[in-house]
Write a protein that binds this ligand. Structure first.
Ligand code: BTN
Length: 246
């Protein structure tokens, strides 16, 4: 990962740019980094605040030989790598909230957005989009955010080098992706569970099928959250916003 690197000053969204490069045949492991995005995209059609000079906005092109159904497994790759990079470059203690938010002291500091091009049986390519608030200051955050957000600098109390962070991130991605290619999903799932803020906790998930509460027992082969409800049944949740209750 990172053998081929594309840096741009400003783009609409690094995911859009990477998607176009992948369609034109860019090799697996190509990394696109922008200093600023003017149409940074978040999950569920939300927008991602992307000012210049302070954060990391990057997208990675992967071409894993897996079925589209298994693509969500690679969301966990980004979350695990981001958490490791935060620990190594800023000395903070991040946790992961399903599916892919990375929190420090309860605040969201990073987000992932994966996009893919696929036919029914096989993936053509995946774009892993990663946004990390590194040196963003309090007054640069919009006031109407869904999840309370912060940056590494705010939480660490000092600036964090974007270069050291990017290097640590690409190294972690490389290690875990190589392991994924050689050993499959199991080690990645273990790494994710080891850093999960929700494992064993009582949570409420609000999604388009309404609210559901239960205790988290893990994640399955397709990235769904496994919830034990009060009635004792095991439910699989595919999408939604998680609130930790106990
Ligand atoms: C979320 O938590 O809603 C996901 C946010 C993902 C943001 C990153 S920044 C780099 C890449 N380009 C985008 O437009 N989005 C992702």
């Amino acid at each position: 990962i990172g053998t081929s690197l594309v840096f741009v000053g400003e783009t609409d969204s690094t995911n859009t740019l990477a998607y176009r490069l992948a369609e034109d045949g860019a090799v697996e492991g190509t990394v696109v980094i922008a200093d600023a995005q003017n149409r940074g995209r978040g999950r569920l059609g939300r927008q991602w605040e992307s000012p210049a000079g302070v954060n990391l906005y990057c997208s990675i092109i992967l071409r894993p030989p897996i079925m589209p159904l298994h693509a969500p497994q690679l969301t966990f790759l980004s979350a695990v790598a981001v958490a490791e990079a935060i620990e190594r470059s800023a000395g903070l203690a991040p946790v992961i909230k399903w599916p892919n938010d990375v929190l420090v002291n309860g605040f969201k500091v990073a987000g992932m957005l994966n996009e893919m091009s696929a036919e029914t049986e096989r993936i053509d390519f995946l774009v892993l989009g990663i946004g990390v608030n590194i040196n963003m200051q309090r007054d640069q955050f919009p006031t109407d955010l869904r999840h309370p957000a912060s940056s590494l600098a705010i939480e660490a109390g000092h600036e964090v080098s974007r270069l050291s962070f990017a290097r640590a991130l690409l190294e972690s991605l490389d290690v875990h992706y190589s392991q994924y290619r050689s050993e499959g999903y199991a080690p990645l799932r273990q790494a994710w569970l080891g850093r999960s803020a929700v494992m064993g906790r009582r949570v409420r998930v609000s999604g388009n099928q309404g609210d559901m509460t239960g205790t988290v027992e893990g994640i399955d082969e397709i990235g769904a959250l496994l919830l034990r409800t009060a009635h004792g049944t095991l439910e699989r949740v595919l999408a939604g916003d998680v609130t930790i209750e106990g």
